[in-house]
Design a protein around this ligand. Structure first.
Ligand SMILES: Cc1cc2nc3c(=O)[nH]c(=O)nc-3n(C[C@H](O)[C@H](O)[C@H](O)COP(=O)(O)OP(=O)(O)OC[C@H]3O[C@@H](n4cnc5c(N)ncnc54)[C@H](O)[C@@H]3O)c2cc1C
Length: 397
């Protein structure tokens, strides 16, 4: 079977890897001109995530590329340290830059790429799907998988406008790279005034840093391709906030890469329609603050490919089984993601002050591991089906 995957970040190449091991042929179309490098740090935690990485044969390589971050500190406006956040809370068992992970996954996938392109139409019939692209000639595929993120193009073409499925959690986020001018050594600093958070952390073993901004706001209207407008929105939201904010915002204007988006989840009643299915953030984004997006993407890829192999390519049976296995797991990650985003950017001054106070005393409390333990529990709340016996032949419907 020929399967087209849209998106070459985490979910797409992970799925291509598994499909190849079951004998399916895959092509990935990616809008960027090449694999996107760098980006923010993502993490994996608990048995299920590590088991999938191990079975893919890439766990050692992911560990070799880990960020190696230690605890981060909360500071006040004067830069005085108020408390620390243990590394296992935000970095899981292994933390890696998203771009490094995409490169490792893609090396392991060995698949045909159509870069700098995007699907423009999908026409399904009884035998397959005719796909047209912006640049490449039209082609036929047996199945199409949308692994193209929160603003999925395949989802829009198949299920309709994203406004029906995106659930804004009341927070916007920006991330950009900068020089490590604070000489942070495998650590980061976070400042949290009411309704906002500014953080800076070292990256690439201190050779660089990343700034992260979070602020509470209703959904904002802006052109997603207009980066200057997004930078202006951020500068306006953080004007006069104090601590290192003004210096970080000065550096923002020259940043080679700039991420700006709403902290949002994707909720759909069904993740597939006919011969098209969705995977990763496109189907069930738990929100970027949940610490679960990459884990869901690789576990989802493992399950979707395994079910296609188990059903010998019968997409109706496979897509149903994929959803049965993954939906409770994805929904519990979304529940936890909602809670985390409320905690990270509390609205009122009083709640912010209480939380800052809590961070100060947390290291001395008996339940200090509670948040990390809860995150691990969410990440482990799935029993991975065993598909090992299927990893040999070529499968046809
Ligand atoms: C700031 C930030 C911090 C995060 N921190 C964490 C964390 O600590 N832990 C964690 O687990 N997760 C984290 N995440 C979430 C994590 O990055 C995502 O959940 C994960 O990358 C999902 O992978 P994906 O492949 O489904 O989608 P994405 O990574 O969004 O990839 C989608 C891909 O599709 C491509 N694409 C988009 N449109 C098209 C199109 N029209 N045609 C072709 N290709 C297209 C994109 O270029 C991209 O390569 C964070 C995310 C952000 C933004």
């Amino acid at each position: 079977m020929d399967i087209l995957i849209s998106g070459a970040s985490v979910a797409g190449p992970a799925l291509a890897h598994w499909l190849r091991r079951y004998g399916f042929s895959t092509t990935i179309v990616e809008r960027a001109p090449r694999l996107r490098d760098g980006g923010h740090a993502v993490d994996f935690r608990g048995r299920a995530h590590l088991s999938v990485l191990r079975q893919m044969g890439i766990l050692d390589e992911v560990e070799r590329n880990r960020t190696g971050m230690g605890a981060m500190s909360y500071v006040n406006a004067a830069g005085r340290k108020l408390g620390s956040i243990p590394a296992d809370l935000f970095a899981g068992d292994v933390e890696i830059l998203r771009g490094d992970l995409a490169r490792i996954l893609s090396d392991a996938a060995d698949v045909e790429y159509l870069f700098d392109d995007s699907v423009t139409s999908l026409a399904e019939d009884a035998q397959g799907v005719t796909v047209t692209f912006e640049r490449h000639p039209a082609r036929r595929f047996d199945l199409v998988i949308g692994a193209d993120g929160l603003h999925s193009n395949v989802r829009a073409l198949t299920f309709g406008p994203e406004s029906q499925f995106v659930r804004h959690l009341g927070v916007h986020c920006a991330v950009f790279p900068l020089d490590n001018y604070l000489d942070l050594d495998h650590t980061g600093l976070a400042y949290r005034p009411a309704g906002k958070m500014v953080a800076v952390y070292s990256a690439r073993h201190n050779a660089e840093a990343r700034a992260m901004f979070l602020f509470g706001s209703p959904p904002l209207t802006y052109d997603r391709r207009d980066v200057t407008r997004q930078k202006t929105l951020l500068a306006e939201a953080f004007a006069g906030v104090g601590w290192e904010t003004a210096t970080l915002l000065d550096r923002m204007w020259d940043a080679p890469d700039f991420y700006f988006d709403s902290v949002a989840q994707i909720r759909l009643d069904r993740w597939s329609k006919g011969r098209v299915a969705l995977l990763g953030d496109a189907a069930y984004s738990p929100c970027l603050l949940s610490g679960m997006g990459s884990g869901l993407a690789i576990v989802g890829a493992y399950v979707l490919a395994g079910e296609l192999a188990a059903a010998r390519g019968d997409h109706r049976v496979a897509f149903d089984a994929y959803e049965r296995v993954m939906r409770p797991y994805a929904e519990s990650a979304q529940k936890s993601g909602e809670g985390v985003s409320k905690l990270m950017v509390p609205e009122g001054k009083v709640v912010t002050a209480l939380l800052n106070q809590y961070m100060r005393i947390m290291p001395y409390l008996p339940g200090k591991q509670m948040a990390a333990t809860m995150a691990r529990k969410t990440a482990e709340a799935i029993t991975l089906p065993d598909y090992q016996h299927l990893r040999t032949g070529v499968h046809r419907p």
